[in-house]
Design a protein around this ligand. Structure first.
Ligand SMILES: [Zn+2]
Length: 175
């Protein structure tokens, strides 16, 4: 595992970047600053009319074969709600408007990508729809999906602790 992802300066190509604290890495040759700051990700908690939660099984690493929620990195210019809606459409084929999503909670997470564990901040949004009849999973992202009563979601099977904590928060919000 890399201590940080900057093996070479992205401005001049020099190696031997110097860590200044936990988030700043400075080139010894040209002083170019590189940063590791949390990457925002949006995740969707989608319920049907019966209060069942849409849970996916991940078709790729990290967390291949474990449970997940539709979600991914927020793109430039997007709101969290728009990112949650886009990722939901991309991963499970449900077309839910961004304005249907309500913010629930944010939780820090860690995400292994290209040999480095990046910090993320996961933003969780919930939406309720009539049914999951239109679900069409994207095979490259989702191998299987489930509609589970909130109390029956197996929290220990999630790839990411943030997802389990968000389901817990949703249970409490709906009590
Ligand atoms: Zn440099």
């Amino acid at each position: 595992m890399m201590a940080h992802p900057f093996q070479h300066c992205s401005a001049c190509g020099s190696s031997g970047l110097i860590a200044r604290g936990v988030r700043e890495f400075v080139c010894p040759a040209c002083d170019f600053q590189h940063f590791i700051t949390p990457i925002p990700a949006a995740c969707a908690l989608i319920l049907d009319a019966g209060g069942r939660l849409l849970v996916t099984r991940r078709a790729r690493e990290p967390g291949l074969g474990k449970l997940g929620l539709p979600g991914g990195v927020v793109e430039g210019g997007e709101t969290g709600e728009e990112a949650a809606a886009r990722e939901t459409l991309e991963e499970v084929g449900l077309d839910i408007t961004a304005s249907s999503f309500r913010y629930l909670v944010s939780l820090p997470n860690r995400y292994l990508f290209q040999g480095f564990v990046w910090p993320t901040i996961d933003l969780f949004y919930m939406a309720q729809i009539a049914s999951f009849d239109a679900v069409q999973p994207q095979a490259s992202e989702v191998s299987e999906w489930f509609a589970l009563p909130l109390e029956e979601v197996p929290l220990d099977d999630f790839a990411f602790a943030s997802n389990a904590a968000a389901v817990r928060a949703l249970r409490e919000a709906r009590l």
